[in-house]
Ligand binder design. Structure first.
Ligand code: MG
Ligand code: ZN
Length: 475
């Protein structure tokens, strides 16, 4: 872990630099020049990878340390997050939306350097389109890619690829991926529902534009060297990590995607200008909205494995910069609850199925010791069994509970009770089913990662990326 003191003193230096315009020497053995308030390194990273853990506030990266700890050693092992902690970022949106952001406003801040209202996709408070770092990278001749576990037109990826007044206009956003010009060389995630519609088949339109299309993970193993790629693997978001055929689907997609962009560069006639890639662990947030600790930790594990692969990539490609942050925190998750000094991970670690899967199975099958032992992968107490049986027989429902269209009252109620069992077993606390306004951690490694040290705002992250992509801005 980097020394926090140096991070703080560096941020103070940056502040004084912003006031006086003087050059600071925070990049060892690198000549620097000042443009406006920023210190621009003379050599820019060739490749930039932006990673967003949706909803991943500081409690999630701390919790992941205890979740992934090897219980057979006397120490708590360091995680990939610990190795690269750089600082913190504030996340508040444009003040018309208060101080608690949604994913659209925050991703727009991270992609454009401008704060907007909650719901905004790549537009400012006046609904005017703003250029994103991905669009600028494309103009600069870089390859671009977007790899997510949500549908590829969900708020976070859309804020890098599209401009729309509302994140809810899923079809319009999907249409714009063709109609506004194709902006990425590889798209991996979910979204058949929006890309293969009765009124329009955007997959066919991508194919006509020269794209190679895949709809299963096996396809990732044989991507053609000379074609851009569209990979859609689910109707909406991908299955929960715990239920997916590949539990580390984000890291598999990231690996295949990076190799593909490098292959494309080598087969291209144009100069090899590197790439910009967005990677999102989209479903940490979805688990957190449901106050669902076991799925949140499984999604964190997929993101962590992705970052471990990126560490390896940067080692072999040192002219690459990786920045990792969250758009906001979700759920008011606390490590320990109800006055008890305890957070226990062993039952979270051995989970084999998502909460949704377990609830669905219990809604249609008998609830007994043998069924629940195989579903939870540990033995429930009689009290826990009674809780589930009562939940099924006399469902207790409120509007905050997770519900999809096909779910019966029993399944909705069971879904909540399964999470209650996991919360009690781990002693996990929650304060909300929405977002919170806490600052989020920033991690960075690779070339010029030191620029992300200390305290910053989410728009600063975009400004630094624009700077590292050679864009001169006035702010
Ligand atoms: Mg997201
Ligand atoms: Zn959210």
């Amino acid at each position: 872990m980097k020394l926090f003191l140096s991070a703080i003193s560096l941020s103070l230096l940056c502040l004084s630099c912003a006031n006086t315009g003087q050059v600071i020497d925070n990049i060892p053995e690198q000549k620097t020049a000042t443009i406006a308030s920023h210190t621009v390194p003379t050599t820019l990273p060739k490749n930039i990878i932006m990673v967003i853990g949706d909803g991943m506030g500081p409690a999630y990266t701390s919790a992941y340390r205890y979740f992934s700890d090897n219980p057979n050693t006397a120490v708590v092992e360091e995680t990939v997050f610990d190795r690269h902690l750089s600082g913190l970022s504030s996340t508040y949106p444009a003040l018309i939306s208060g101080v608690v952001t949604d994913s659209a406003a925050s991703a727009t801040a991270l992609s454009t350097g401008i704060k907007s209202y909650n719901g905004a996709i790549g537009v400012d408070v006046n609904k005017k389109e703003i250029q994103t770092v991905l669009e600028w990278a494309k103009i600069k001749g870089k390859k671009t890619g977007v790899i997510v576990t949500s549908q590829i037109n969900h708020a976070t990826p859309a804020s890098y690829l599209a401009h729309n007044e509302s994140r809810k206009n899923y079809n319009e956003i999907a249409d714009s991926y063709i109609d506004d010009g194709i902006k990425a060389d590889i798209y991996l995630g979910g979204g058949w529902k929006y890309f293969i519609r009765e009124d329009r088949n955007l997959v066919n339109e991508f194919k006509q534009a020269g794209f190679h299309y895949i709809d299963n993970y096996q396809g990732l193993e044989s991507l053609p060297n000379n074609k851009p790629v569209l990979g859609l693997f689910a109707d909406v978001g991908l299955p929960w990590s715990l239920d997916d055929t590949n539990k580390h689907r984000l890291s598999s997609m990231a690996k295949a995607g990076l190799h593909h962009l490098i292959n494309l560069q080598h087969t291209d006639d144009q100069a090899d200008n590197g790439f910009f890639m967005l990677i999102e662990g989209s479903q940490i947030d979805w688990a957190a909205h449901g106050n669902n600790i076991s799925d949140a930790m499984a999604e964190m594990d997929d993101l962590a494995k992705t970052l471990e692969y990126l560490e390896h990539f940067v080692k072999h490609n040192p002219n690459t910069l990786v920045i990792v942050t969250a758009d906001h925190s979700t759920g008011g998750f606390t490590i320990g609850a109800d006055g008890e000094y305890k957070w226990a991970t062993e039952k979270l670690r051995t989970m084999k199925h998502s909460v949704n899967y377990i609830a669905k199975e219990l809604a249609t099958n008998k609830i007994n010791a043998s069924n629940t032992t195989s579903l939870f992968n540990f033995e429930l107490s009689q009290e826990e069994l009674n809780l589930l049986i009562e939940s099924k027989n006399t469902p207790k429902i409120n509007e905050n509970m997770y519900r999809s269209k096909s779910m019966s009252d029993s399944e909705v109620s069971l879904n909540n009770s399964v999470k209650e069992v996991m919360d009690i077993r781990s002693n996990t606390g929650w304060t909300t089913t929405g977002h919170t306004g806490v600052d989020v951690p920033v991690f960075a490694f690779g070339q010029h990662s030191e620029l992300f040290n200390g305290s910053q705002d989410n728009i600063d992250i975009a400004k630094k990326i624009f700077m590292l992509l050679g864009k001169k801005t006035s702010h």
